[in-house]
Design a protein around this ligand. Structure first.
Ligand SMILES: Nc1nc2c(ncn2[C@@H]2O[C@H](COP(=O)(O)OP(=O)(O)O)[C@@H](O)[C@H]2O)c(=O)[nH]1
Ligand SMILES: [Mg+2]
Ligand SMILES: [Zn+2]
Length: 292
């Protein structure tokens, strides 16, 4: 039988089969010797053994494998940030975006809590991210006003990313109340408890639509980013790359820089441009530390 791993705990995996059954089992002995570790999101072949138990007999080729959270075959990311409370950390947001661009994932931006946001906060975010090519949604998860976001979740394996408190779990509950995700302070308290596990789980909207909620990140690893290629990770820079006077232009203080011209013309936002420079500085600093 073919199926998809939706959960894995202690060497046991729950697989949603194509016949829409949930079966749980371990992996075939030969895998263990080969050091192959199945991941949530893996498409697999499940076998029924003579004793009635199930084993994963084959892992089909992965299209990609995200590390945090550990999920295979992700097709898109929805980056969730609150318009306010907490005030969005645009530096962190741009780092997240860059890290998913690096993997080549499709990105959707979702700004939540419009119900309590000032018009100016919303306009500010629209100004900045409206200059990227990402689809933008301004929503109120609390009031279940999702502005057409839900239809983007079908036939995709979506990971929700963004800092804790942005409203990711509330958003998923608004999309599909049967998810029953813990939200708010309660979940934070439970999250710190000793007995809590933080296993990644694929939530099924339907047989072809999966979503992963994440607890939220605080730091993003930029170590495997190439400093010369950070500009490519900023989508709205791309039309200008290769058009600067110097082929190795870092778009910083060089003359006749096409990226800086686009910035002056307002085609690239100050905020994104500044964060681009900061990301490069941080990579540079890390490289230097490693050399010492
Ligand atoms: N006013 C308002 N509060 C929200 C909204 N969405 C979530 N919240 C609140 O924000 C807090 C964090 O929400 P939660 O879904 O747990 O965030 P997560 O950490 O990203 O999963 C909770 O107290 C929610 O009730 C919203 O659209 N409007
Ligand atoms: Mg949550
Ligand atoms: Zn340049």
């Amino acid at each position: 039988m073919r199926g998809k791993i939706i959960k894995g705990v202690g060497g046991f995996y729950t697989v949603l089969t194509e016949e829409n059954h949930r079966v749980t089992g371990g992996i075939k002995g030969i895998f263990r010797n080969q050091n192959i570790v199945p991941m949530v999101g893996d498409n697999v072949i499940v076998q029924k053994e003579k004793d009635g138990s199930f084993v994963i007999a084959q892992i089909l080729e992965r299209k990609n494998a995200l590390l945090r959270p550990a999920v295979a075959n992700v097709t898109q990311m929805i980056i969730v940030a609150a318009c306010t409370r907490p005030k969005p950390n645009l530096m962190m947001l741009d780092k997240l975006i860059a890290s998913y661009e690096q993997i080549g994932l499709k990105i959707i931006m979702c700004f939540n809590k419009v119900d309590i946001a000032k018009k100016a906060d919303v306009e500010h975010l629209k100004q900045i991210y409206g200059k990227t090519s990402y689809e933008l949604f301004f929503v109120s998860a609390k009031e279940a006003k999702l502005g057409g976001l839900k239809k983007h979740l079908y036939h995709e394996t979506t990971v929700l990313a963004g800092s804790s408190g942005a409203g990711k779990s509330t958003l998923l509950n608004a999309i599909h109340p049967a998810f029953f995700l813990r939200t708010g302070k309660v979940s934070e308290k439970i999250g710190r408890g000793r007995h809590t596990t933080r296993h990644v789980e694929l939530l099924c909207l339907d047989e072809t639509s999966y979503i992963v909620d994440t607890p939220g990140f605080t730091n993003i690893d930029l170590t495997d980013m190439e400093i010369e290629k950070v500009d490519e990770l900023f989508v709205e820079f791309r039309p200008y790359l290769g058009k600067c006077k110097f082929t190795s232009c870092a778009h910083d203080s060089e003359p006749e820089c096409a990226v800086k011209e686009a910035l002056q013309e307002g085609k690239i936002s100050e905020s994104r441009y500044r964060n681009y420079l900061v990301i490069k500085d941080e990579i540079d600093e890390k490289l230097r530390k490693n050399w010492r």
